[in-house]
Every structure is written in C-alpha cells, then in structure tokens.
Design a protein around this ligand. Structure first.
Ligand SMILES: [Zn+2]
Length: 255
C-alpha cells in the first residue's frame, strides 16, 4: 500500500515522496476551501495544508539528518494524510543515539514555533492591518500546530517519538528487549482508553490512527523479540562450536 507514491525531490540524498492518499486529502481540503470562500478559500486552504506539511517534512528531516550523523541510511520521507514517515535502514541499538535521533523531530517543531513567535505580530501586539490579517492567521495557526505537533509526538506511545524516547531511557538501564516491552506496555495503557474515548466521540479517523500506532508498537516489539531470539540462537551455536574439540584425524593405515 505504501508503494503508491510519487517522488518530489531529494534533500541531502533523502527522497521526499507523496503517498497518493496525500493528494486525495489535498483535493478534499481545496474543495472545502472553495465551498467556503471560492477561489480565495481554495488558495488559502491549499497554502495552509502545504505549509503544515512543510513543517512535517522539517520534523522528519530533524530525525533523518541526526540519524545520518550516526551512519544510518535514510531511504525516503513519505508524506501521508496522517503525517510523515522517515524510512531508516536500521534503528541504532545504542540508547543515546536513538534518544538524540528521536528528540530531534519534536525539537524542530518547537524551534519553528519559537521562530514564528519572534517573527509574527500576534493578536494584541498592535497590528490591525487587514491585508496582513490572513498571513497573521496562517502564522498563528502554524505556531499553534507546531506546539501541538511537538507535544503530541512526545506522548509516550511507542513507536511514536515519546515512546522511543522512553524506550531509549529504559534501555540505558534494562536489556533492550525488556525496555521495548515496557515502552510498548505503556503505549497500550495509553492507547486502549484513548481508542475507546475517540470511538465514543465518533472520531473514526483518530481511532484508525491510534489503532495503527497500537499495532505498529506490537509489530516492532515482535521484530525485536525475533531478532533477540535469532541472536541468542547464533550465540549458542557459536559457543557450542567453540566448546567442541576439533575432530580427530582419521588413523592413517599404512598398507
Ligand atoms: Zn517524529
């Protein structure tokens, strides 16, 4: 399903791709804008949507460029209506590296929010010029969105950023598998009531996102478990091989 995408451009060798559903979402947003305020509404809706996803790309670049410093290969950043996804060839097992790679994403959002805070004239700062009103709205919306994006990603719901940060902190003390187990368990404790609550409110898209996060956490735990078992198997096989004395030479029979 993730294959249905178009490539846009590359940044530092990382491909930026759009999933086809992203284009459907953009079309829907433009349609909504058109219904509300004609051509102006359409342009503003498109600009707001694209500005928001530019922030999503910057968030993913925060993760990706930090990961590249640790020798991780980043295949691409895929944009979907529910957000962005940076595809790494591996996730570093060193907790400090995972911690830095993960925290770099939300840090970008807070940096954008801080920059917007300094640059734009927030309501109450005296600028009432009508022409700058829309730009001001867009800037304020982006500021609030970036703060929310940073906070939402920091929820300790593995494999979201907050969950990865939790895993990396736990892995500094516990074995990697145990740390992953606890990070996934915390995610389940958060996600189950959240899913029930969102079902009750009838917000089915949010329910779908939460179920996706829940299943992704479970899948990653199983992948870590499988790898640990494989490594244990090979370690055992190697130890047995080393413990076995070399086979004796067959006796040479002189005819
Ligand atoms: Zn992130």
């Amino acid at each position: 399903m993730l294959g249905w995408s178009i490539n846009l451009f590359r940044i530092r060798g990382i491909r930026i791709s759009l999933h086809f559903s992203f284009l459907l979402m953009l079309a829907y947003v433009c349609e909504e804008g058109w219904q509300e305020a004609g051509m102006t509404g359409l342009w503003w809706s498109a600009a707001t949507f694209l500005a928001f996803f530019t922030c999503v790309v910057l968030h993913e670049l925060g993760h990706s460029l930090t990961a590249m410093r640790f020798g991780v290969h980043v295949r691409r950043i895929l944009l979907m209506p529910i957000g962005g996804m940076a595809e790494f060839d591996r996730i570093p097992r060193l907790p400090s590296q995972e911690f830095l790679i993960t925290i770099a994403g939300p840090a970008v959002n807070f940096a954008i929010a801080a920059l917007l805070w300094c640059v734009i004239d927030l309501p109450g700062r005296g600028n009432t010029d009508a022409a700058s009103g829309s730009i001001l709205d867009l800037g304020t919306t982006l500021l609030v969105w970036n703060i929310w994006m940073g906070i939402f990603n920091l929820l300790p719901a593995f494999p979201m950023d907050g969950g990865r940060i939790l895993r990396s902190i736990l892995a500094m003390r516990l074995p990697y598998l145990r740390a992953t187990y606890w990070a996934v368990t915390v995610a389940k404790v958060i996600m189950v009531p959240a899913i029930i609550w969102e079902l009750y409110r009838g917000r089915y898209l949010v329910v779908a996102i939460f179920i996706f996060i829940y299943l992704a956490g479970e899948a990653e735990y199983r992948a870590v478990l499988r790898r640990e078992l494989e490594e244990a198997h090979w370690r055992e096989a190697l130890l047995q091989h080393l413990a076995t004395p070399p086979a004796e030479e067959p006796p040479v029979i002189n005819g």
